[in-house]
Write a protein that binds this ligand. Sequence first.
Ligand code: NAP
Ligand code: G4F
Length: 339
Amino acid sequence: MKKSALITGVNGQDGSYLAELLLEKGYKVYGLIRRKSVVDYGNSTHLVGKIEFLYGDMTDLTSLIRAMKISEADEVYNLAAQSFVATSWEQPVATADIDAVGVTNMLEAIRVVRPACRFYQASTSEMFGLVQEVPQSESTPFYPRSPYGVAKLYGHWITKNYRESFGMYACSGILFNHESERRGLEFVTRKITDAAARIKLGKQDLLELGNMDAKRDWGHSKDYVRAMWLMLQQDEADDYVIATGETRSVRDFVNAAFTALDIELEWHGTGAEEYATNKADGKTLVKVNPKFFRPAEVELLLGNPAKAEAKLGWKREISFDEMVSRMVKADLERVQNER
Ligand code: NAP
Ligand code: G4F
C-alpha cells in the first residue's frame, strides 16, 4: 500500500522539492495551500495533476483536521511559515500565529485524527541568533534575535513536548540557510543572483543591500529536503542540525554571483559607505543601503552536521559554487526571456 504524506507550505521552495522527492519514492502526496484571490500553486505549479492540493491555513485548526482526515497521512511535513525574517518585525503577531501556534494546531490535528502519523517540524538556525558557540550543534543554547526566531523556538519546543507528552513520533530539523533557483526574490541570495543577471543583461544599474558582513552557512534546498525525509524513517524520533559546515559573508556571495557572470568587482569603503565597482569600467554596481539593516542582526551562522551525517547517513551533494552557478544560470535565462 502507498504511503501518504501531507506537506504544508507545498507551494514554497522546500515544499516543491520535497513533493518531487516523495513522488519519486512512490508516496501519495497531499499539499496544503492557502486560498488566494488568484489561483496560484507557486513553485509546485508543475505538480498539478501529480499531487492533491488541499486548501487550509495553519491558523485554522479545523482546516488541518480536515486535511488529516482526507489525506490519512502517514507522514506530515510542516513547512508552512511566514519565513522572511525582516517581515517578522512588521507582522510579529501574524508570524507568531502561523509559525508558533500553527505548529500546535498541526500537532493537535495529528493527535486527534491519526496519532501514529510521523511529524516533521521545520525548525531553523535562526533560533541560535546571537550565537552562544561556534559551530552550532544540537546542544548549542538558543538565543533568537527576531520575532521569527522566537516564534520558531516555540514551534521547536512544542514539537519536543508532544513527543515527550504523548509519545508521538515528532522531529525537528534545525536547518541552516538553504537556497535554490526557487528561492523567494526577497531573500538575499536570490536578490543577488536576480540583480546580477539583470545587470549583466543591461536591465538594472545597481544592487542595493544591507549588512554585507553577515555570515551564513548556505546549502541547496534539494539536499536539505532529503534530510527531512530521512528524519522520519528512523527507529526513534530525534532532532538534527542540517548544515554544510562552511560559512560565507553576504559580500562573498555577491562576489561569487558576479564572478559566475564574468564580472570582477572591486570593493571600497566600509559599513554604510561600502560599495563595489566593476573592475573593467569603474562603474558602481553594488552599494549598501542602510534601509536593509535589521533592528537586531544574526551575524554568524555555522552549523555542525556531524550527528545527521553519522545517524541519518545524510551528506550534502551540491557545493556552494555549484549552487550559485545554478541560481545565476536560471535567473539569466528567466530575465532573458522576460518581455
Ligand atoms: P517559503 O518558500 O517561504 O515557503 C513557506 C510556505 O508556507 C509557502 O508555501 C506559504 O504559502 C506557506 N504559508 C505561509 N503562511 C501560511 C499559512 N498561514 N497557512 C498555510 N501555509 C502558509 O519557505 P521555505 O524556504 O520553503 O522554507 C520552508 C520552511 O522551512 C519554513 O517553515 C521556513 O521557516 C523553514 N526554514 C527555512 C530555511 C531556509 O533557509 N529556506 C531554513 C530553516 C528553516 P503562501 O505562498 O500562501 O505564502
Ligand atoms: O536571506 P536572508 O533574508 O535570510 P535569513 O534572515 O538568514 O533567514 C533565512 O534563513 C533562516 C535560517 O537561518 C530561515 F529560518 C529563514 O526562514 C530564512 O530562510 O538574510 C541573510 C542575511 C541577513 O543577515 C541579512 O541582514 O543577509 C543580510 N542581508 C544583507 N542585505 C540581506 C540584505 N537580506 C535580505 N533579505 N535583503 C538584503 O538586501
